[in-house]
Design a protein around this ligand. Structure first.
Ligand code: FE2
Ligand code: FE2
Length: 241
């Protein structure tokens, strides 16, 4: 079952709960002159995501498809989207384009430089290269500057099927999820590198008002503080091993 929630003006969270995984897979659609979709979801989720997008705008109008890193939940349905939306182009890091996407995808990606801004109408998407945060050499994140929305992929991961948006502090839930993950077959998903903390502090300095989380509730509130708390939790858990 897929639900659509407008979490910020013209930003729609498309959430599909997958009982076999016990987690949500959330896509984000920014409705603007050049509509932007953050994550495609799995290939097998394409029809559900497309139908949810259709509740907001014509899926064929999608112009940009962003994702953090090359994994099936992030971009598995990229080719289905490139077929459904003839003007659409993938947006990713230089590493993402060269190492994966330009071979995998039916059309080449547009590689964005770290800090590059792409106007999409009223909104402005800033690309942040974030290697190995949350994971993957190619990782990056998108920040919509007008409404100050950070689309933060696997950061702030929470299992289950929680509410679309929370105003409450996520840090305890996130710490519990990290500890639980480290004891599971999917452990060691996030490396703690010499630049992990600096990357998270840089994201905090953006002072987001909303954090769009791929798995779990989005957060509305002081995103800078939430990211500094996340950096502390990650340092205290993954940084100590
Ligand atoms: Fe991931
Ligand atoms: Fe993910």
């Amino acid at each position: 079952m897929t639900t659509v929630t407008e979490i910020v003006s013209d930003v729609y969270r498309i959430s599909t709960y997958a009982p076999d995984y016990g987690i949500q897979f959330n896509q984000f659609l920014v409705k603007d002159e050049e509509p932007f979709l953050m994550h495609t979801g799995f290939k097998r989720m394409f029809a559900a995501t497309r139908d949810a997008v259709a509740a907001v705008l014509d899926p064929a109008r999608v112009r940009w498809i962003g994702f953090s890193h090359f994994e099936s939940d992030e971009c598995g349905a990229l080719n289905e989207w490139l077929a459904a939306a003839p003007q659409a182009q993938a947006l990713c890091s230089f590493v993402g384009a060269v190492v994966n996407v330009n071979d995998f995808a039916v059309r080449p990606a547009r590689a964005l430089a770290d800090g590059e801004v792409l106007p999409i109408g009223r909104g402005r998407l800033r690309f942040l290269a974030t290697p190995h945060v949350p994971h993957g050499w190619d990782a990056g994140l998108f920040f919509e500057e007008t409404e100050r929305t950070l689309l933060c992929s696997d950061l702030f991961f929470q299992p289950g099927d929680p509410a679309p948006v929370t105003h409450e502090d996520l840090v305890d839930r996130v710490r519990a999820a990290i500890m639980e993950g480290q004891a599971s077959p999917l452990a060691k998903d996030m490396p703690y590198t010499p630049y992990t903390d600096a990357t998270l502090q840089r994201l905090a300095d953006l002072q987001p008002r909303t954090l769009g989380t791929m798995h779990g509730s989005s957060f509305a509130g002081d995103g800078g503080r939430a990211l500094r708390e996340l950096a502390r939790v990650i340092r205290e858990t993954l940084g100590q091993r």
